[in-house]
Design a protein around this ligand. Structure first.
Ligand code: ITT
Length: 188
């Protein structure tokens, strides 16, 4: 089965391709901009963007929207994660946490599926903490400063396979993969 993902983020696409291939799904990238709804909720943002993308491309597709929610900053940057990283970088985010002892943070991902007939949402969350200084060169985005609960390595010190096993995105993708697999069986 073929499925498209609308994203300009190569790291995201790499993680999704690997995870969905385990369900027999071949993922194809549409490197287009997402239409960004103003909302605190990644599910609303992903679904809105997926509907817009479907109207433009007319193929079964998914959109992934992800945010990093830092507890001591009341959930900031959340839906502004991309903007904040571009503007102040990892060092800027670490500076906001200077002297802060509560380093807890959670990544939230929503993957929205739209095919013109059906729509479905799959979510995943992984909590952990923000380290004092970036570590690792793998992954992308906030990966060098985030350690998931139960690990002592940042996501940027993990292979795609390892990160997927623990990550917000991995969880959402496995839910999507199972749903698509069971759906294609019942359509047989
Ligand atoms: P598309 O909208 O084109 O898919 P994007 O990178 O803008 O790509 P998001 O809005 O979902 O996607 O991402 C928000 C920010 O969070 C952005 O800066 C990402 O690099 C970062 N991010 C997303 N998933 C991440 C992950 O698994 N690990 C680390 N950072 C992540």
């Amino acid at each position: 089965m073929k499925l498209h993902m609308v994203t300009r983020n190569q790291g995201k696409f790499r993680e999704a391709s690997l995870e969905l291939s385990k369900f027999g799904i071949e993922l194809l990238q549409i490197p287009d901009d997402k239409v960004e709804l103003q909302s605190d909720d990644v599910s609303e943002i992903a679904l809105f963007a997926a509907r817009q993308a479907y109207a433009r491309h007319r193929v079964p597709l998914v959109v992934d929207d992800t945010g990093l929610y830092i507890e001591s900053l009341n959930g900031f940057p959340g839906p502004y994660s991309s903007y904040v990283l571009r503007k102040i970088g990892l060092q800027g985010v670490l500076r906001l946490l200077d002297g802060v002892t509560n380093r807890r943070a959670c990544f939230r991902t929503a993957v929205a599926y739209v095919d013109g007939t059906e729509e479905s949402l799959f979510t995943g969350e992984t909590c952990g903490f923000i380290v004092e200084a970036p570590r690792g060169s793998l992954g992308f985005g906030y990966d060098p400063i985030f350690v998931p609960e139960g690990s002592n390595r940042t996501f940027a010190e993990m292979s795609v396979e390892e990160k997927n096993a623990l990550s917000h995105r991995g969880r959402a993708l496995r839910a999507l993969g199972s749903w698509l697999a069971s759906r294609s069986q019942s359509n047989r």
